[in-house]
Structures are given as C-alpha cells and as structure tokens.
Design a protein around this ligand. Structure first.
Ligand code: DQA
Length: 145
C-alpha cells in the first residue's frame, strides 16, 4: 500500500527556515525517516511538496486512485483552505495532519485548522519526528501490510 506525504507552501525551506521553530532537518531527512517506518510496516510512500494550493488539491485527487492513506502538512493552507479540506473529504483512507511546530502555542490564527475537520489524527509540536510518528499510526490504522 502506498502512502502520500504531502507538504504545502514554504515547507521546501524546512531545515533553513526559522530553525528555532522548525528545526534543522530537511524534507529529505524526513523522507528517509518515514521510509524506514513505512518499509518495516510493508508500506511504500511518495513524498511531495508544492507552494501552490491547486497542486496540493490535484495530488489529493491522484491519491484517490493511488494511495491508501495521506499524511499532510498543509503549511499555511491549514488555516484557510476550504479547497484542501474539500479534496480531503473526497478521499476515503486515513488522513493524518502534521505540524512541525506546536501551532496552539503560536498566533491565534494558527489555532484554527480547516484540515482538522477531516483529519483522523493531528500531530503538532513533535518537530520533524511527527511525520515518522504519523507514518507509524497510518501503518497501525491500515493493519500493517
Ligand atoms: C506549519 C504551521 C503553519 O501554521 C505554518 O503556516 C507552516 C508550518 C508547521 O509545520 O508547524 O507553514 O504547518
């Protein structure tokens, strides 16, 4: 089974951008960590990042055909994208929302998430480790292989 790991705007800068908030690990590091977890559960993964809302929506549509589960860090789209929420509502498998930072400790506009209306679980404040934890939970929800 294939798991999509989707990343929204500015997450291409992970590791360089505000390291006090987001740490020093890059998306490539996260991809490797998730890969280890996915492989041990008999899952495969596809890691994607875009700064464009429509691209994220298109990938969620592709996931309808392709993927058994979605791990998504929508970046700022979390807080305003009804389009991303609607796309996720059209996807049947488990959806885990991930935020590197502890968004509830930050500005009030980050406390609201449209994506949480669909997500089966939400990770916030686990740092970049949150992605691998999310992969572990997806594997649990899908019952391994
Ligand atoms: C983020 C939190 C969002 O509020 C922010 O816009 C991001 C990253 C996180 O991973 O902590 O771009 O999703």
């Amino acid at each position: 089974k294939l798991i999509y790991i989707l990343n929204g705007p500015n997450l291409n800068l992970l590791g360089n951008r505000q390291p006090d908030l987001y740490g020093h690990e890059t998306l490539a590091d996260i991809e490797a960590q998730c890969q280890t977890v996915a492989a041990s559960a008999g899952l495969s993964q596809k890691m994607l990042q875009s700064n464009h809302e429509g691209q994220i929506v298109d990938w969620i549509h592709e996931a309808r055909e392709d993927a058994a589960g979605i791990i998504i860090n929508p970046g700022a789209l979390t807080h305003y994208s009804i389009a991303v929420l609607d796309a996720l509502n059209a996807f049947d498998g488990p959806v885990i929302e991930v935020h590197v930072s502890q968004v509830h400790k930050r500005e009030p506009f980050r406390h609201k998430s449209f994506v949480s209306l669909r997500a089966d679980a939400v990770m916030a404040g686990f740092g970049t480790h949150g992605y691998a934890l999310a992969m572990q939970h997806v594997a649990h929800l899908l019952g391994g292989k």
